[in-house]
Design a protein around this ligand. Structure first.
Ligand code: CA
Ligand code: CA
Length: 453
């Protein structure tokens, strides 16, 4: 009797669980370049365009893009405001356990080509607009996002304007006129395994290209905490590699590579010999609120950025740049080589005093500087107030323990290594470029040196 009662009970529980599982199971919708919008959106009958496929999904569902190229035109723009055309407007929030997913189908690599967008010459483009929490973007390319507005303007490949707890993973944003990833609001977003390269606006502001960064965090409130960018590369963006100007909350940048920024793109993505000057060209620009008197928008507590385990190589301006920030940041385990100055810590004196002063409040630990490009304005470390900053175990400071760095201290000084191919999941093979060789002074003396074998 007892056993059969338990059996019945177990069966009932199983049936109830099965039903609740079926009800909560996320739906999957498919798109393909040779699909059809009147199709059901199944694997065998995929749809064709993003706006129509998007209508079929709900919060927590998955939209899969099959491989191939999707040509996006003006008819597909999903949302407008006065200044922006939000081409694909993603506004269906998931939950922490069940994110709303927009993904390239595993083993395939879809490409969204936005170069046919024209509109009226008045709107900026945000190609993928993130406007809700708990979304996951993964495994596709964004190319050709244009700028069609004159004056001080920009477009963005991924525009994170609202969502928190989103994951942006294994995207390549390239060969367009837009900034790669651009975030102004939201907390706890993770940008991982992404590349932004060959982006240059040759239309607005006299083709200077001064707004096109690889990755930008310009968070509008101190409340937007917990944002992290990891394992990302920025090269041949016409302005900066990574830019945190006007950013009111701390950001962490970890294991990222910035190289050849501030120069115009080249037809060959791996060109290491042609350099035509464009915009600012800093590898990592971390801080600052502009230098106009009375216009400073620094929060009460100045955000302290944590930037570590990164490489800056041959950017037009500084490798690492504090950009007139109103406080210090934490810089650890960097390698910087052939930038104008490898480490430029310049700060602004105070909110009221618009004066450049040697950087204060910085913490520099375990950083390495090889050679730099500008003997007049450059250096291993410039504009740093040594008494008001903390420097430990760097190759260049403190002065009494500084060492001369030579090429044979690194596992590799071959810049071709920077272009190593990511695997299907977006992971890079081990990067040996500017990694300290075991047993060398830089590996031995720089505690916490992340690149040691
Ligand atoms: Ca600029
Ligand atoms: Ca910039």
């Amino acid at each position: 009797m007892k056993i059969s009662y338990i059996r019945t009970f177990r069966l009932t529980v199983s049936v109830v669980l099965l039903f609740s599982f079926l009800q909560s199971e996320a739906k999957v919708v498919y798109m393909s370049p040779d699909g059809n919008d009147s199709s059901a959106g199944t694997f065998d009958a995929p749809m064709a365009t993003f706006p129509e496929a998007y209508k079929k999904i709900e919060s927590g569902d998955t939209l899969y893009f099959r491989g191939g190229t999707y040509h996006v035109d003006d008819n597909q723009v999903m949302k407008f405001d006065k200044n922006y055309a939000y081409v694909f407007a993603l506004e269906k929030a998931g939950t922490p356990d069940k994110k709303t997913c927009f993904m390239g189908y595993p083993g395939e690599r879809p490409v969204f080509d936005f170069s046919a967008l024209k509109l009226d010459g008045k709107h900026r483009f945000a190609a993928f607009y993130l406007g809700a929490d708990n979304m996951h973007l993964r495994n596709f390319d964004i190319v050709g996002v244009p700028v069609r507005v004159l004056g001080h303007t920009q477009s963005e490949c991924v525009a994170a304007r609202k969502g928190s707890d989103c994951i942006i993973e294994n995207l390549a944003m390239h060969d367009g006129m837009a900034i790669g990833y651009y975030q102004t609001a939201g907390s706890n977003n993770l940008v991982i395994n992404c590349d932004a390269y060959n982006n240059y606006d040759d239309y607005s502001e006299g083709a200077y290209g001064g707004n096109v960064d690889g990755f930008g965090f310009h968070l509008g409130s101190p409340e937007y905490t917990g944002n992290v960018i990891r394992n990302c590369r920025a090269w041949r963006n016409s302005d900066d590699g990574f830019d945190l100007i006007n950013c009111k909350a701390p950001v962490e940048i970890d294991h990222c590579w910035a190289f050849y920024n501030g120069f115009k793109p080249t037809a060959d993505h791996h060109d290491i010999s042609t350099f035509e000057s464009a915009g600012d060209g800093n590898g990592f620009k971390a801080g600052g609120y502009g230098m106009k008197p009375g216009k400073t928008k620094c929060p009460e507590v100045c955000p302290r950025y944590y930037i570590h385990n990164c490489v800056a190589y041959r950017n037009k301006a500084n490798g690492i740049y504090s950009n007139h920030h109103l406080g210090g940041s934490r810089w650890e385990n960097y390698s910087s080589w052939e930038n104008r100055a490898n480490y430029n810590m310049v700060n602004r004196k105070s909110e009221k005093e618009v004066v450049d002063v040697p950087g204060y409040g910085h913490q520099l630990t375990g950083n390495v500087s090889y050679t730099y490009t500008d003997i007049n304005r450059g250096g291993h470390l410039v504009n740093c107030d040594m008494l008001r900053s903390e420097l430990h175990n760097n190759s260049f400071a403190p002065a009494d323990s500084a060492i001369t760095v030579t090429g044979d201290m690194f596992v590799s000084t071959n810049p071709e290594d920077l272009f190593l191919q990511r695997d299907a999941d977006g992971n890079l093979p081990r990067m040996d470029f500017l990694r300290a060789k075991t047993g060398t002074p830089i590996a031995l003396r720089h505690q916490g040196w992340a690149w040691e074998e």
